[in-house]
Structures are given as structure tokens and as C-alpha cells.
Design a protein around this ligand. Structure first.
Ligand code: URA
Ligand code: ZN
Length: 392
């Protein structure tokens, strides 16, 4: 099959068997526990990972750890290649030494998961992965950098997945500079993914299941973390660092002009960045896990206009942005967007051949106004092959 036609899922998770066993051994969140199903009366495993989530947690089963289940899901949805990442909360809750040791073991496990899996063609496997860093309070630079080097030495690991806490002070912490430098040097993609959401008091007292934390808390968390990353100048200091944002960057595209304006009006920050805030959207990558064509189109507009803001000081930005062309900009933005599923989260509530969450994301790509077949194919897979340097 032509590489242009491949469907590549870059947002797809696993709890590797070693990690799932670890979660089963725990008595506090995050944990996997067994209960008697209220429906069937039989034992069933449940996943409890979010603070303050309903105490029954969520259903969990083999699709979270069994590679054959991942491949079956891929086949069912015609996904050719998956770049698999450990699911949240990664190692965030562990003491530094435990996190370091487990990171090393899980990175090896994921390499084996990928390398012993099937191939699509001679130079292309069906599975690649994002490794884990021991990003926890107390982690030493040496531990973090040596784990970056370990991941870089594992041929099927093409990046790392990380949450938003860094080593306890978020991603704008200077202590992370050696880590960004090592990741940039190694050419590993950083997949930035939420876990904590925002202050639970924002959700009120009504029982709304997981809807508010997942629909709003997750993307707002990504929005805040990425904004802090931009404000700290990390993207200026490490211009070749490649950061991929979960859930299409949350609300960042929608808020990026407001962010630029707030920066321009704040003497503390106005001269700090090399570029207008909107420029940095063109340095980032965005998954296409937004479930709607209009949202994808909008995100691509916000990315595609970024170049207009290069070198524009905060006050010069508005005039330099004039004259942008609609669909050209939209097509340019599509170069930084990549299909994903979030599997095995959001399973269908009743048995169906195809998962609604997957079908919706594919239909969303197909329906973006102004994207031609070239852009759609790129978002489905071509961009991923280029970003992760996969295949010939
Ligand atoms: N819920 C999670 O906890 N993680 C995901 O990645 C998606 C949904
Ligand atoms: Zn996810």
C-alpha cells in the first residue's frame, strides 16, 4: 500500500502487563481492583485512577494490556500502524527510585511489545511506542537524562509521553531544561497528555460521572501546561523540540489570540518571548482527537496562521497578520495534525463492530472544509510517518 494511504494512530494507550500488575497490588488510587459486578454477579476488574472519580471507577479488561486486543482493534478499524503510549498516570505517583527502575523496565517491555509484533512491510512495523521518564518530585537530572538516552537507544520507541507536573513544579520549571535539551538532541517526540484536570470544585455538586473531568478538565489541563511552557521560553530555547499535544491542544487554539493580547498588555511578560504567542502554535503538533470537522478546521487555521507571527513583537503582531488567506492557512495547519483514537478509553457502551470514538474522528478528518485529499491523507497517516520517521 502506498505510504500516503496509511492510517496511523498516534494516540493509543496501553497498561503494560507489568504496570497493570503493579496497579493490582495497590490499595490506594491509582489502582485496579476486583469487585462483584452488580449486573452479572460475577467478579470484574475496575480501574480507579482519577482523584475523586466515582468510587466504582471504570471498566477495564484485556484491551488495556493484551497486544492481540490492540491489533484486533487496529484491524477492525483499518489502522495500519499505532504509536502506543502508556496510559495515565504513568509513574507520577511513585518515589523517585521506584519510578526510575520501573521506567527502565517498562521502556524495555514496550520495545519488546513493538519489536516482536507484526510488520506491515519490510521497513515498517505495525507497532511503535512512546517511552516513559521518571518525572516525579526528587528525580535527579541524571536519572531523567539517562532514561532519555535509554529510550533513544530502543529502536521502536520514537518519543516519550509525559503528564503536566514535571518534577513537581510543572513544565515551566528550569530544572527540566536538561531534559528538554536531551529530548531535542535525541529527536524524541514529546507527547504531552493530561491526567489531573482542574480544581474539582469547578464541577459543582451534581453527579455527572466522568463527563466534566474528561471533556473539560483534561483539555484545560493541557491548555494551561502548554501555555506555561510557551511563557517560560522553552520553545525559544529548544526550537527543535517536537511537542505533540493531546486532544488537539485543548482550548489553546481558541485562546491563543487572547493569550497574545494579555502578554502584550503585561509589562512583566511583554518582552520575554522572541515571538508573538500565536507563533508557537506553529512549532507544536496537535492530535486530531477532537471528534468534529469544525474543530479540526479551526485548529488548523490557528496553526496555519502561526508563521505570520514569526519575530513579531507583541505590538507588531496584529498588523503583520493581515492578509492571511483562509484555505491556504488551513491546509498549512493540517501538516501538524495527526489522527488518534485514545483507545482503549471511550469504548462503546454496547457491542458494535466499530467504535463510535474512532468513526467520529475519521469522519471529522474527512469533513474538514478546505482540506483536500492530500491534507486528509497527511492527517490520517502521512504526518505521523514523517514526524516519527517511520518507513522508508
Ligand atoms: N481517560 C483517561 O484517563 N485517559 C485517557 O487517555 C482518556 C480517557
Ligand atoms: Zn489519551
Amino acid at each position: 500500500m502506498s505510504a500516503q494511504r496509511l492510517l496511523v494512530d498516534i494516540h493509543t494507550h496501553v497498561y503494560l502487563p507489568r504496570y497493570a500488575a503493579f496497579l493490582r497490588s495497590r490499595t490506594s488510587v491509582p489502582r485496579i481492583f476486583t469487585r462483584t459486578s452488580p449486573e452479572s454477579g460475577k467478579p470484574e476488574e475496575r480501574l480507579l485512577i482519577l482523584d475523586d472519580e466515582p468510587s466504582g471507577g471504570r471498566p477495564i479488561g484485556a484491551q488495556y494490556w493484551d497486544r492481540d486486543e490492540k491489533l484486533k482493534f487496529m484491524d477492525r478499524h483499518a489502522i495500519d500502524v499505532s504509536v502506543v503510549s502508556s496510559a495515565n498516570p504513568w509513574l507520577d505517583f511513585l518515589p523517585a527510585q521506584t519510578a526510575h527502575t520501573l521506567a527502565g523496565e517498562l521502556n524495555h517491555d514496550l520495545e519488546t511489545y513493538c519489536s516482536t509484533g507484526p510488520s506491515l512491510q519490510q521497513d515498517l512495523k505495525r507497532l511503535y511506542g512512546f517511552g516513559l521518564l521518571p518525572l516525579v518530585p526528587g528525580a535527579t537530572t541524571e536519572s531523567l537524562v539517562s532514561t532519555v538516552e535509554q529510550i533513544a537507544s530502543l529502536p521502536h520507541l520514537k518519543g516519550i509521553i509525559m503528564g503536566t507536573r514535571g518534577v513537581g513544579k510543572g513544565l515551566d520549571d528550569e530544572a527540566l531544561d536538561p531534559v528538554w535539551a536531551a529530548l531535542e538532541k535525541a529527536g524524541l517526540v514529546v507527547f504531552l497528555h493530561p491526567h489531573y484536570g482542574v480544581d474539582k470544585n469547578a464541577w459543582g455538586e451534581k453527579e455527572n460521572g466522568h463527563v466534566l473531568p474528561l471533556a473539560l478538565g483534561f483539555p484545560f489541563e493541557t491548555t494551561i501546561a502548554t501555555t506555561r511552557l510557551i511563557l517560560s521560553g522553552v520553545l525559544d530555547r529548544y526550537p527543535n523540540l517536537r511537542v505533540l499535544l493531546a486532544h488537539s491542544g485543548g482550548a489553546l487554539p481558541q485562546l491563543s489570540s487572547r493569550l497574545a493580547s494579555c502578554i502584550a498588555h503585561d509589562p512583566l511578560v511583554a518582552s520575554r518571548l522572541k515571538h508573538d504567542a500565536r507563533y508557537y502554535l506553529g512549532k507544536l503538533y496537535f492530535d486530531a482527537v477532537a471528534y468534529g470537522s469544525e474543530e479540526l478546521g479551526f485548529v488548523s487555521d490557528a496553526i496555519g496562521r502561526a508563521e505570520k507571527y514569526a519575530n513579531a513583537g507583541a505590538s507588531a503582531a496584529v498588523s503583520s497578520a493581515k492578509g492571511t488567506d483562509g484555505t491556504e492557512k488551513r491546509r498549512a495547519g493540517a501538516k501538524r495534525m495527526l489522527f488518534g483514537t485514545d483507545h482503549p478509553f471511550f469504548p462503546p457502551l454496547s457491542a458494535t463492530e466499530k467504535w463510535k470514538s474512532v468513526v467520529e474522528n475519521l469522519e471529522a478528518i474527512d469533513g474538514v472544509y478546505g482540506w483536500n485529499e492530500a491534507e486528509k491523507g497527511a492527517v490520517r497517516g502521512g504526518n505521523a510517518l514523517a514526524l516519527f520517521n517511520l518507513g522508508a
